[in-house]
Write a protein of this length. Sequence first.
Length: 367
Amino acid sequence: MQKMIYHLGVDIGSTTIKFVVLDEKERIIFKDYFRHLSDPSTAFLQEIQKILAIIDGREFSLILTGSAGFGFAERMGVPHVQEVIACRAALRSLLPEAETAVELGGEDAKITWLGSSPEQRMNGVCAGGTGSFIDQMASLIQTDAPGLNEYAKKNEKYGFENKEVSKRISALPGVANDAGGVIKFIPLSEEELGKANYKELVETRHSIRHFSDKPVELERVEDAVKLAQYTPSACNRQGWKTYIVKDKAVLREVLKNQNGNRGFGQEFDKLLVVVGDLRYFNRDREVFQVYIDGGMYAMRVLDSLYYERIASVPLSASLTKEQEENVRKLLKLDPAEVLIMFIGIGNYPDECQTTRSERKPAEYTVI
């Protein structure tokens, strides 16, 4: 009698975790999908116990995918397949006539054109237009993602107009109108930057997610960091520091622990890591001052990079405990240093594009 071998696939994403178990005839005998609530390790172990009970001692293969799955696969010594490749393989098997695949993840959206020469693009705007946004919109009308799908089906069936719904959503606080897409722009030249006033510098600086292949001279980066040292701080303590990562191997490893750079992080020539130093803030009431001063300094670094005509994009340093520990080891951070911001840098490409980012009206109160 032929031994039955099951196949277990796990997709560990930025916000959710998915499991599927196939039998030897590739029939689904178990599947599950839920939020891991920023604790994928616990979610994985709990679900595996459930699956082992279903498999009941039979042999099984295991393969992982997903943005957070790589670290698991590395530690467990099992294969990991990049999620776009996994999606393409599944479509080739289950829906071979498909020509285009659109994937909405928790923090990014991808579109893949299938064919003799596959091509893939993804957005670079945090959670804009991705799964997290859909969850937020669903919660506003007290439903979930599948519920939105049912509403869409009814809309197609009965031909409802969405103008009133769109009008109401647009009126919600914090919802930007016509905020998607990209815009082309020309950064100020070196001569123009030398003559620009502060207003021109602020209004013409944009975050850049695609760069030229030309390396950025280290001296220019150092000049930008020196200029940023003029940032004001509490009692002029200047409790900050910038790590300039030029080693490509270290740069890649650091970026694996930062979820917001997929699709463009591989183009960074260098990576700046801004940290604050807790030793400058030793009173209980100053617990947040390191982040306030560090944030002001990081913004001055971004402006100084622009003044040196270096393209840049700020990246969040809000990491999981495991991710932060990995970064600390890679950069050999002092225990008193806290992460403030990552900044990817490179030279401007011949044609510059950036995401459309409409400004809300300034809010202030005169008392």
